[in-house]
Write a protein that binds this ligand. Structure first.
Ligand code: PGA
Length: 251
């Protein structure tokens, strides 16, 4: 049985002080989540990771929004996995569409990062999804299949059982145009089938999230889909009341 997962992606929002204020209000939320078998998490900016990690309720997941695949070296502006581990961060989002479009994050680069994360016993949240043009041209599955097959190439069954995949159609991110629950289920089921083809039965243990304009008033429909195990939420995860409402609406 896969546990539900609600993960907030704060992107480039919140100063450390603002992140701290949020972190200090998480005890009640985590209590509700635990009682209802839901895992809760947030992904703050690098600058706020440590302060959030030290101040959230201890069972809350704190994820990085990115990492480099090398441990150290001449990579100005980058952060390595050992640096994240040093402050007890064990989750990391990889391949978010904003990084794919603004920072040349290719499937091959994502693969290197995911391998490095697994080598360090960390949990990658691998984001995939098609652009509006690809959606309109009926290429969703072709694009997603390529992202999955290259991004997860050469991983072991043992590693991927801890993987999280997030299906986020690019046209739905931050646009208010959320995908229908039928699209979400169809693509998430398709992703699970590819995972099954690549890794066998363990695909049943892999959590697949939907993301893209998820709000308190539309989250429930996604979680009612058999292959959608949770949500990756941007805008609606920034405010503590809205975050709480997301949680309440999926339990
Ligand atoms: P959104 O972002 O909920 O603001 O659409 C989702 C995401 O980018 O993960």
């Amino acid at each position: 049985m896969r546990r539900k997962l609600l993960l907030g992606n704060w992107k480039m929002n919140k100063t450390s002080k603002e992140a701290l204020t949020f972190a200090k209000q998480t005890d009640e939320l985590v209590k509700i989540a635990k009682e209802n078998n839901v895992d809760l998490g947030v992904a703050p900016t690098y600058l706020s990771l440590q302060i959030v990690k030290e101040n959230v309720s201890c069972d809350m997941i704190v994820a990085s929004q990115n990492c480099h695949f090398e441990d150290y070296g001449a990579f100005t502006g980058e952060i390595s996995i050992p640096m994240l581990k040093d402050i007890d961060i064990s989750w990391c989002i990889i391949g978010h569409s904003e990084r794919r479009s603004y920072d040349n994050e290719t499937d091959e680069k994502c693969n290197k990062k995911i391998k490095a994360l697994f080598a360090n016993k960390m949990v990658p949240v691998y984001c995939v999804g098609e652009t509006l043009t690809q959606f309109e041209n009926g290429q969703t599955k072709e694009v997603v299949e390529r992202q999955i097959r290259i991004g997860l190439k050469d991983l072991t069954k043992d590693e991927v059982k801890n993987l999280v995949v997030a299906y986020e159609p690019v046209w739905s991110i931050g646009t208010g145009k959320n995908a229908s629950k039928e699209i979400a289920e169809d693509v998430c089921k398709f992703i699970r089938d590819i995972l099954c083809d690549m890794f066998g039965e363990v695909s049943e243990d892999i959590r697949i999230l939907y993301g893209g304009s998820v709000k308190p008033d539309n989250i429930k429909q996604y979680l009612s889909c058999p292959d959608v195990d949770g949500a990756l939420v941007g805008g609606a995860s920034l405010n503590i009341d809205s975050y709480k409402q997301l949680l309440i609406n999926i339990i």
